[in-house]
Design a protein around this ligand. Structure first.
Ligand code: SAH
Length: 242
C-alpha cells in the first residue's frame, strides 16, 4: 500500500526537495509513498487570489484565511489524518510518527506569516503538530521533517537488515554511543567491551549507556521511562508516592 502524502502550501516548489534523494527519493520512485504538493493559492476565490488577511484585533503580519484553507482541505481525498504545522501544536514524537507511518498517509497544512485562522482546526478536525520550541518562517520545513521521519519507517525503505527498533526514542531511551574503525583515533580508543566479541557484555554495556545518557541528557525522557516501568502488567498505573 502506498503512503499518500498531500502537502497544502504556498510554496509547492519546495517539495519533494530533500525527500527526492537517498532513501526517501528511492522509495518515492518505487511508489512506496506518493507526494501531491498543492498550492493553497489555487483555492482563493477573489480575482487577486488572496489567501491571507490582517489579524482580527490588530497586530503585525498576516493570517491565512479559514475559508481558503478549508477549500484546499476539501480538495483532498478523505480518510487520512489532517495535520497543520504550528508552534502551538503537540510536539512531534517517534510514537506519533510510527502511528502515522502505519496508516494510509497524511495531509499536511503549511503555515506562513503569522499562521492560521484558529477556526480551521475545529472546522476541519485538523491536528496541530510542532517540530520543536523554536519558530520557523513557514511550515514547509516541518512538513519535510515529519514526512522524512514517517517514510524511513515504511516497509522496505530501510532494508531488511535494519529494524529501527534499537534507535533513540524507540524504547523510550536515547541510543547508546556508536563507534567504528579506526580503533584508535587521535589517542582516543573504542571502548574495550565493544572489541571483546562477548555479545552478552556488549548488550549489557549498551543498555547501561542508554540509561545513563538518557538520565543525564534528557531527564524528561528518563522520568517518563521510569514512570512507564512502574505500570503493572494489567496496565493500571501504580501511585509512585505510595
Ligand atoms: N505567529 C506564530 C508563528 C508563525 S511562523 C506563533 O507565534 O505561533 C509561520 C509558520 O511556520 C507557522 O504557521 C507554522 O506553519 C510554521 N512553523 C513555525 N514554527 C514551527 C514549529 N516549531 N513547528 C511547526 N511549524 C512551525
Amino acid at each position: 500500500m502506498t503512503f499518500a502524502a498531500t502537502v497544502l502550501t504556498l510554496y509547492p516548489e519546495m517539495f519533494p526537495g530533500p525527500l527526492g534523494i537517498s532513501l526517501a527519493g528511492r522509495a518515492l520512485g518505487e511508489g512506496t509513498w506518493s507526494l501531491d504538493a498543492r498550492n493553497i493559492r489555487e483555492f482563493a476565490t477573489d480575482k487577486h487570489s488572496t489567501v491571507d488577511s490582517t489579524p482580527a484585533g490588530g497586530g503585525a503580519g498576516m493570517v491565512l484565511r479559514a475559508d481558503v484553507l478549508a477549500a484546499a482541505i476539501d480538495s483532498v481525498p478523505v480518510g487520512r489524518p489532517i495535520l497543520a504545522m504550528t508552534p502551538r501544536g503537540a510536539p512531534l514524537t517517534q510514537a506519533r510518527v510510527r502511528a502515522l507511518a502505519d496508516g494510509p498517509g497524511v495531509t499536511i497544512l503549511c503555515g506562513r506569516f503569522e499562521g492560521f485562522d484558529e477556526r480551521i482546526f475545529d472546522g476541519r478536525a485538523v491536528e496541530e503538530v510542532s517540530i520543536g520550541d523554536y519558530i520557523l518562517s513557514g511550515g514547509e520545513m516541518g512538513a519535510l521533517v515529519l514526512l522524512d521521519a514517517c517514510i524511513r519507517l515504511l516497509p522496505g525503505v530501510m532494508g531488511a537488515a535494519y529494524s529501527g527498533v534499537d534507535e533513540s526514542f524507540e524504547g523510550g531511551l536515547l541510543e547508546y554511543p556508536q563507534y567504528t574503525r579506526p580503533v584508535e583515533w587521535e589517542g582516543r580508543t573504542i571502548p574495550e567491551v565493544l572489541r571483546s566479541g562477548d555479545h552478552a557484555r556488549i548488550a549489557a554495556w549498551r543498555k547501561q549507556m542508554a540509561e545513563t545518557d538518557t538520565r543525564l541528557r534528557r531527564p524528561d525522557l528518563w522520568e517518563r521511562h521510569i514512570g512507564a516501568r512502574v505500570q503493572s502488567p494489567s496496565g493500571a498505573r501504580q501511585k509512585k508516592d505510595e
